[in-house]
Design a binder for this molecule. Structure first.
Ligand code: BES
Ligand code: MN
Ligand code: ZN
Length: 509
């Protein structure tokens, strides 16, 4: 894991392999941002024009590497774009800093130590740079170079080893706390990314549960793992119905963090389909290659609970991981089968590819039994949500408008793109079943909202509930940008952790 240090030296005196500075996009070309003064001086005050000559713009994603001249103790300067120059009296948006730091950290793969001298105007800015750098300094190489005897090749792929943050006051308590928070958050987000990226032949319900168990031990969390036998005994018909076709049996994991002075409790419920083939309603080729990502909700919930524990927040948070592998086989659930859910409701399975709502339904009912102050479920639930919002934005539904709005605002604050979605009541009748209480499929139009309506039926009355459909942002297939790599992203973890912080501070209902 990449180390984070708060540097006591300035940009001119820092000894490192590289120095990262910011440039903004001005009306007449790139503008050197605060923090880069020493570098500009080393370039005789001509850093901006040198960069412009090299084609730099200062826009988001822009990155230029320069050899450092005399006057610096680093051989390499990396200039990253921050986007537009802020208006007078304004500072750079935290997300611009986070992304710029991430872009730089990604470009510094194989490097030992880099100083980050980006424009930091507050503790929050320092944290954003630290977060972006630590998230950018990620590389999933577990399945590469296994047989490579050439150590140099392996080293070249290792993430940036040390991030030295400049401009943060190393002896100031607030800066120290921000740095610790950034490390805890980034490490847990990167852990969730690892889980999502791990191929499904190695990550299945049992092995996922074992990872959770090890983390629970490490961080003093309570954990309970229901295996197939326990699920049968407990009448978890939804989780069992999805998992019954696989050689790898399903699990329901309950992982809890409690604080002795907590006044509120939250339940986070994650969809953990370790592989979604579609089941008997098999997905066509082209739709199943990335379906190892279908446990990203459970990974996010798991990571958030561990991060909350590491931060020692004054709130109780229980994570529920609904784990199953959705496979076609002679024992698999058929379209037409009726499942008796944990809640007692019956569900006619019309499409075995609408499996996420089945495992979530059981977990939502179970989580409701403990009467938390609020429930948030996270799921790569529908392709329809991707159609609606694209691949970077998650949809938020729920039974409580102010809670839904609060989550949207929190997401915005932590730099996660989201949008509130409605749950139109008239879509419910599309799920009417001739045989059972409800079918697991409804109208095709508004498919993401139909799924939300289905889930709502399994949430306890009078509990504030929100549903995050992260099908779009959970897994990044396009070119990397900012701190976002290809593959698992860790979507929604920052939102879940901030929600827990807000709840701990008593800022929410
Ligand atoms: N896991 C998929 C949704 C998904 C699609 C996530 C693409 C990420 C990327 C989910 O289980 C699914 O298959 N949903 C179906 C539901 C339909 C059968 C009602 C869908 O969206 O097509
Ligand atoms: Mn599916
Ligand atoms: Zn799925």
């Amino acid at each position: 894991m990449t180390a984070l240090t708060l540097s006591t030296s300035g940009a001119a005196t820092l000894r490192a392999d590289a120095l990262v500075v910011g440039i903004a996009k001005g009306p007449k070309g790139p503008v050197v941002a605060a923090g880069a003064e020493a570098v500009d001086k080393a370039f005789d005050g001509k850093l901006a024009s040198v960069l412009e000559t090299l084609g730099a713009s200062g826009g988001e994603g822009d990155l230029t590497k320069l050899p450092a001249l005399s006057g610096l103790k680093t051989p390499l300067v990396v200039a990253v774009g921050l986007g537009p120059v802020p208006e007078k009296d304004e500072t750079y948006p935290a997300e611009a800093l986070r992304r710029a730091a991430g872009t730089a950290a990604r470009a510094l793969v194989g490097v030992k130590k880099a100083g980050f001298a980006l424009p930091i105007a507050s503790v929050e800015d320092a944290e954003a740079v630290a977060e972006g750098a630590l998230l950018g300094a990620y590389n999933f190489t577990a399945y590469q170079d296994q047989a490579d005897k050439d150590a140099k090749k392996v080293e070249a792929k290792l993430p940036l080893a040390e991030v030295a943050l400049l401009g943060a006051k190393p002896r100031d308590k607030a800066f120290k706390a921000a740095a610790e928070r950034a490390v805890a958050l980034a490490e847990e987000i990167n852990r969730a990314r690892d889980l999502v990226n791990t191929p499904p032949n190695d990550l299945y319900p049992e092995s996922f549960a074992a990872v959770a168990q090890a983390a629970a031990k490490e961080h003093g969390l309570k954990i309970q793992i229901l295996d197939e036998k326990a699920l049968v005994k407990g009448n978890y018909g939804g989780i069992l119905g999805v998992g019954v076709g696989s050689a790898h049996g399903p699990r329901l994991v309950k992982i809890s963090y409690t604080h002795s002075k907590a006044e509120k409790s939250l339940a986070y419920v994650g969809k953990g389909i370790t592989y979604d083939s579609g089941g008997i309603s098999l997905k066509p080729a082209g739709h199943n290659e990335t379906m190892k990502c279908d446990m990203a909700g459970a990974a996010a919930v798991f990571a958030a609970v561990v991060a909350v524990a590491r931060l020692g927040l004054k709130v109780n948070v229980t994570g529920w991981l609904a784990l199953a592998e959705n496979m076609p086989s002679g024992t698999a659930t058929r379209p037409g089968d009726v499942l008796r859910m944990y809640s007692g409701k019956t569900v006619e399975v019309l499409n075995t590819d609408a499996e996420g709502r089945l495992v979530l339904a059981d977990a939502l009912t179970r989580a409701s039994e403990e009467n938390p102050d609020a429930i948030v479920d996270v799921a790569t639930l529908t392709g329809a949500m991707m159609m609606a919002l694209g691949s970077r934005t998650f949809g938020i539904m729920g039974n409580d408008e102010s809670f839904r709005t609060a989550i949207h605002e929190i997401a915005e604050e932590v730099g996660e793109q989201s949008w509130p979605m409605p749950m139109p009541a008239e879509l419910r009748k599309g799920m009417n079943s001739d045989t059972a209480d409800i079918a697991n499929m409804g109208e095709r139009m508004g498919g993401g909202l139909v799924a939300g309506l289905f889930l709502q039926e399994f949430v306890g009355e009078d509990i504030a509930w929100a549903h995050l459909d992260i099908a779009g942002p959970a897994f990044h297939e396009a070119a990397p940008y900012g701190y976002t790599h290809k593959g698992g992203t860790g979507s929604s973890i920052r939102t879940l952790v901030k929600l827990a912080e807000r709840t701990a501070d008593g800022d929410l209902g």
